[in-house]
Design a protein around this ligand. Structure first.
Ligand SMILES: Cc1cc2nc3c(=O)[nH]c(=O)nc-3n(C[C@H](O)[C@H](O)[C@H](O)COP(=O)(O)O)c2cc1C
Length: 402
């Protein structure tokens, strides 16, 4: 296999390996593919500047069953896709008469008798979606979803501040900005060009994630710098899976991560603000890496997470500043941090306590720096019991571990 040095290399290799119909289904965009090209171009041009997805099916019972299945499988959130009530006209699929091979079915529908896509003259997928999706679904369905699951419901497919405001009003736990990788409505702008307005509207109330043509660590860095809480990727996962299975996907993610770390280092950034869950998983890895040797330091402080200039502007406008809890951790090699709202804080503390308990065996008191002095203090009572000095109490920093 040719040497893979970045995630885009997988696309070329997958093109050689996959049947044309399948490659085109993954790779192509909608109609004139303007949005697809815009995603490509802007993803690089900005360099200069700077869970289970579900759709609402007609049969609500089917939606409920899918959600229950996701809950049982341990999914952490439900993502409601709102940009695909109609399937975009993907001409490559029409030309290829795209349909699933006989022996392949939509696994998600297994046992529910809903996964058959008929062969038609055009795209079988388009016909299938047309028959199943409830095109009359509306914002109220976010509320309905909240009645059938206790998992947070994120809304995917948003690119404007107005839709962000409405989604939050209806209880969305997060926004995933997406133009479906250029596969739905042509002439939509590249998502990164709309990121700032969406982040401004969300104003820290819910996390804002983004996808559509993020292929480099520098792309991820730009999105994080513009206020995204995280970045999702679509096709790189499919292409790397097609080329090298699970190992390919792991490699694609590792390359993106390495590129991001290099970009951060070269830009003088020591850490990015993670969501609480990824922070806790990183923290767990830090503890595991330093079970035998090393220390992990965890600190917490109150922070508005805003720079002085922004705080001044907000004060001038009389806007209230939300204070959050900034949690930082380091093992000396790597720094991570997360920012918690008052609401998130209690849940975080409970999970943090579980992580600490699981690694309790490796927690120990911080060693006194001046061993000689400490030894002398211990000897004092024997030599001069009447002039006994109070020995300094040994401190143990929160969450520190040697
Ligand atoms: C083959 C394929 C199937 C997809 N199916 C869905 C889907 O069922 N639901 C959904 O919300 N998004 C779907 N997407 C869109 C992705 O979730 C994601 O938004 C998009 O691929 C991101 O762009 P990227 O591929 O350029 O990274 C699909 C994308 C591809 C390539």
């Amino acid at each position: 296999m040719a040497l893979v040095t970045n995630v885009c290399d997988y696309e070329e290799l997958a093109k050689q390996k996959l049947p044309k119909m399948v490659y085109d289904f993954y790779a192509a965009g909608v109609e004139d593919q303007w949005t697809l090209r815009e995603n490509r171009e802007l993803a690089t041009a900005r360099a200069a500047a700077a869970a289970e997805t579900i759709m609402i099916y007609k049969d609500r019972n089917l939606v409920q069953q899918l959600i229950q299945r996701a809950e049982k499988a341990g999914y952490k959130a439900i993502v409601l896709t709102v940009d695909a009530p109609w399937l975009g006209r993907r001409e490559a699929d029409v030309k290829n008469r795209f349909t699933l091979p006989q022996n392949v079915m939509l696994k998600i529908f297994e046992g529910l008798d809903q996964g058959k896509i008929d062969k038609t003259n055009g795209s079988g997928l388009a016909a299938y979606v047309a028959s199943q999706i409830d095109r009359s679904f509306s914002w109220k369905d976010i509320k309905w979803l909240q009645t059938v699951t206790s998992l947070p419901v994120l809304v995917k497919g948003i690119i404007t501040a107005q839709d962000t405001r409405i989604a939050i009003e209806y209880g969305a736990a997060g926004i995933i900005m997406s133009n479906h990788g250029g596969r739905q409505l042509d002439y939509l702008p590249a998502t990164i060009s709309c990121l700032e307005e969406v982040v401004r509207e969300a104003n820290g109330r819910v996390p804002v994630f983004i996808d559509s043509r993020f292929r480099r660590g520098t792309d991820v860095f730009k999105a994080l710098a513009l206020g995204a809480s995280g970045v999702f990727i679509g096709r790189p996962v499919l292409f790397s899976l097609a080329v090298d299975g699970e190992a390919g996907v792991r490699n694609a993610l590792r390359m993106l991560r390495d590129e991001l770390e290099i970009t951060m280092a070269l830009s003088g950034c020591t850490s990015v603000v993670l969501q609480p869950d990824p922070f806790l998983s990183e923290l767990t890895s830090m503890y595991e890496r330093s079970t035998e040797k090393g220390s992990v330091w965890v600190t917490m402080k109150r922070s508005s997470m805003k720079c002085q200039a922004r705080l001044k502007k907000m004060a001038a406008k009389g806007e209230a500043v939300e204070l959050r809890c900034l949690v930082r951790a380091t093992d000396g090699k790597k720094n991570i941090c997360t920012s918690l709202s008052a609401k998130e804080y209690l849940k975080f503390q409970a999970s943090y306590a579980t992580v600490l308990k699981a690694h309790m065996h490796a927690l120990k008191k911080r060693e006194r720096k001046d061993k000689k002095k400490a030894a002398e203090v211990e000897k004092i009572p024997e030599k001069a019991p009447k002039k006994q000095k109070k020995a300094p109490s040994s401190k143990k920093s929160a969450g520190s571990k040697s």
